[in-house]
Design a protein around this ligand. Structure first.
Ligand code: HEM
Length: 502
């Protein structure tokens, strides 16, 4: 009797389990049909959705593992189309764009596509308080705009060619050149140098000190290591990875906030050599009533944007150079024959004096960059024949754009002289510095820094690989999510042999 009861109960439970499985399968099937067959028919004007298996999560796992591959695979799975495509990432609806025409429309649209939400999101993830964000967004009557937009004006005024840049640049140059003197570089008898560390030494501290004044480096000499670490982990902030999985990023970020709070406590006279930009921004943030903590958060984001890309671009550019003898000789001749004062002349003169080096620089940005621009869609937006619904976000992964064959022939091939035709650098498919409202204000500074670094190094020294027969080209880390220049795979480096010029 007991056996019969147990067997009946088991059978009922099995039936219930079977029913649950069947219901689940039916529900899942209905969801798939609705999402990827019926719904698109009702929304013919919207871009196609790339199908995914798990509701809410969408393409998140593959995207966080390798965002470039995720975008590439999405496009391949949809027949290699150039149209915008919908992707769901952790519950958020994104549209990925790829064609140069859509890119131009995306950057030109200042009405229905907003960059402000993204900036706010980043500030909050960086630790800015709600009160701080509110104050940043409040219109300042004497500026006739809010502090975020005024800050963008300050950037442009300081870093785009013009009187303030002309006054700023020689100070940057002096600091870049300082670690490259014979005394500093070869004084201790060491002739073998890690390229990665050389680029860091010549570009990070010098740029930071030029912006915030020399005292910034005295506050804590380990700050550059912390910044590099934070930069390495910062993708977790951009992709809003939950705290339990991003403690390392937040620890590095908090260390930087503490650092900038200590910097704030330094007497004003110690910071008198800070740039016009840093002093004006500090004044305006204090005037708007931001707390010391929020001001420090803002300064962390300033240093992050200003430092994180140029030294990596420099590393790759030099790596290409020392691994190609023909290219090396061309660039060395150029560096040694041009007048050194051309480094400080107009942009046009710089381009005319170092055409091969600037072509190599642009190709490096194209080949090893992975910048991303994001906009929030505030009202339905027309992109070509498609309407992008309000509330979603549009992502432009420039790496995909830069390997688009319609914009760059043989795009998978590194070709140092590709940009000898200067028109190519102005083409809509080349966007290493973004565009529109978020167009990088540091683009001229970055270019000048790299040209200065290479010219000073090649004109003063004989450079080569320390171990030409064994040196392998550093591998590009394409897997770690990136929003700027890619880094080499951890541990990959180039060891240079540097000797006084014979
Ligand atoms: C090779 C070096 C650099 C690369 C590849 C680069 C790339 C970019 C890109 C792609 C954007 C646009 C991001 C978007 O659309 O959301 C951007 C924005 C920005 N960059 Fe750069 N950048 C470089 C150097 C610099 C430097 C040296 C500075 C410092 C002055 C700087 C300051 C900024 C700022 C402040 C923004 C945000 C603009 C805004 O909020 O409106 N960048 N950069």
């Amino acid at each position: 009797m007991a056996l019969i009861t147990i067997s009946r109960m088991l059978s009922e439970r099995t039936n219930a389990t079977n029913l649950s499985i069947v219901s689940f399968v039916l529900l899942y099937f209905a969801w798939r049909v609705w999402m990827f067959t019926a719904r698109p028919l009702l929304r013919l004007k919207e871009p196609k959705q790339v199908p995914y298996m798990i509701p809410f999560l969408g393409h998140a796992l593959i995207f966080f593992r390798d965002s470039n591959k995720a975008c590439r695979d999405a496009r391949t799975s949809m027949g290699g189309t150039q149209e915008p495509l919908g992707m769901v990432i952790a519950g958020e609806q994104f549209y990925i764009i790829n064609s140069p025409e859509d890119v131009t429309a995306f950057y030109n649209n200042k009405k229905s596509l907003s960059f402000d939400e993204y900036v706010q999101d980043v500030l909050i993830s960086m630790g800015c308080s709600a009160d701080g964000v509110e104050k940043m967004n409040k219109i300042q009557p004497h500026l006739k705009k809010n502090l975020t937009h005024a800050g963008e004006d300050f950037y442009r005024s300081q870093f785009l060619p013009g009187p303030r840049f002309n006054e700023f640049w020689p100070k940057v140059y002096t600091r870049i050149e300082a670690p490259l003197t014979q005394e500093k570089l070869l004084g201790s008898g060491i002739t073998q140098h890690s390229l990665w560390h050389l680029c860091r030494a010549a570009l990070l501290g010098p740029t930071l000190a030029s912006i915030f004044g020399d005292a910034v480096l005295e506050t804590d000499p380990s700050i550059i290591d912390t910044m590099v670490l934070f930069d390495d982990l910062s993708w977790k902030i951009n992709y809003k990875i939950p705290l339990p999985f991003s403690r390392d990023t937040h620890a590095a970020k908090n260390k930087m906030i503490d650092f900038f709070q200590k910097y704030a406590d330094l007497p004003v006279e110690k910071k008198s050599d800070a740039s016009w930009f840093a002093r004006s921004l500090q004044e305006e943030m204090e005037h708007a009533g931001l707390s010391e903590h929020d001001i420090a958060v803002f300064n962390v984001s300033v240093s992050w944007t200003a430092l994180s890309n140029a030294f990596k671009a420099c590393f790759w550019l030099m790596a290409f150079l020392v691994h190609d003898t023909v290219l090396f000789n061309v660039i060395q001749d150029e560096a040694r024959s041009a007048q050194l004062e051309d480094l400080h002349a107009s942009e046009a003169k710089l381009e005319a004096s170092y055409p091969h080096l600037i072509s190599l620089y642009n190709e490096t940005l194209r080949y090893n960059g992975s910048s991303v621009s994001i906009r929030t869609v505030v009202s339905p937006t027309q992109l070509g024949q498609f309407t992008i619904p309000a509330g979603s976000r549009i992502i432009l992964p420039t790496r995909q754009l830069h390997i688009n064959e319609s914009a760059f022939r043989n795009s998978h091939h590194f070709q140092a002289d590709r940009f000898m035709d200067p028109k190519l650098a102005k083409s809509p498919g080349f966007r290493p510095f973004g565009g529109g409202v978020s167009y990088c204000p540091g683009r001229y500074l970055a270019r000048r820094e790299l040209v200065a670094f290479v010219v000073v190094l090649l004109s003063r020294y004989d450079i080569g690989l320390a171990n030409p027969t064994q040196s392998t080209f550093p591998r590009l880390d394409e897997v770690k999510p990136s929003v700027g220049m890619l880094t080499p795979v951890l541990g990959d480096d180039v060891i240079l042999l540097i000797t006084p010029r014979s």
